[in-house]
Design a binder for this molecule. Structure first.
Ligand SMILES: [Fe+2]
Length: 233
């Protein structure tokens, strides 16, 4: 996928890969998803670095209305998108808005209904993780499940030297999509996380989008169930 270009992934959903970002000395590829709601409003999941080309391509799909940080770590590019699309509303997990007093946020993301995308996109918070608060999303028309950092699948050659060893031990570069060990150990309330994941696995997911790893077009439900087997779901 060419960086900064949109590619259709299913009914009313497009993906774009962004520039590599560095987090704590590790390089990560980035990915965003654009979902079009009935009526033409766009829901942008995990916005990546904005370029003129991407801005025009997204605007051509509809009206950018919802800019969504799906976890408390993916907030780096929210400001440039809100600047480019000032009519859009930012939504983030509880706690993130307070870290960005310069940006204007709408209602915090939550499991409960009442969002403009109800009926098209569902979300469940996977609670109690000390590293990040993350919500899983499900786009009903395309049957796409979206995870941000809780599931990762980078190629073994992505990192080099000692970082490749750390990434392998952590499960970031396993043969299948996995929940990295650092995230597994960071769940403070496993029963609550398990209950949330049972709700996620009730969705009839066919496709899977993750921020750090290739998208999957088939059998997403089984892949995610295997990735969370350690949790007893
Ligand atoms: Fe990430």
């Amino acid at each position: 996928m060419t960086e900064g270009t949109l590619h259709p992934f299913g009914e009313d959903i497009w993906l774009a890969d962004g520039p590599v970002v560095a987090v704590a000395g590790f390089r990560y590829p980035t990915r965003m998803a654009v979902m079009r709601l009935p009526g033409g409003a766009l829901f942008l999941w995990s916005p990546i670095g904005l370029s003129d080309g991407l801005r025009g391509a997204v605007a051509a799909l509809g009206e950018v209305r919802h800019l969504v940080a799906p976890n408390t770590l993916h907030d780096r590019f929210l400001g440039e998108w809100q600047h480019a699309f000032p009519q859009a509303t930012l939504h983030a997990p509880p706690g993130l808005a307070a870290r960005h007093p310069d940006l204007r946020f709408g209602r915090d993301l939550a499991d409960s209904p009442g969002f403009a995308w109800d009926g098209q996109i569902d979300q469940v918070e996977i609670p109690g993780n000390r590293i990040a608060t993350e919500l899983a999303f499900f786009h009903r028309p395309s049957r796409t499940l979206l995870f941000t950092d809780l599931i990762q699948h980078l190629p073994p050659s992505w990192f080099t030297g000692w970082r490749a060893i750390v990434a392998r031990l952590d499960g970031m570069t396993a043969p299948e999509p996995r929940v990295p060990r650092k995230f597994r150990y960071a769940f403070s309330d496993r029963p609550a996380a398990r209950a949330a994941m049972r709700r996620v696995l009730a969705w009839p997911a066919e496709r899977l989008v993750i921020a750090h790893g290739p998208p999957i077009a088939h059998d997403a439900h089984a892949v995610v169930a295997r990735a969370f087997r350690w949790l007893g779901v």
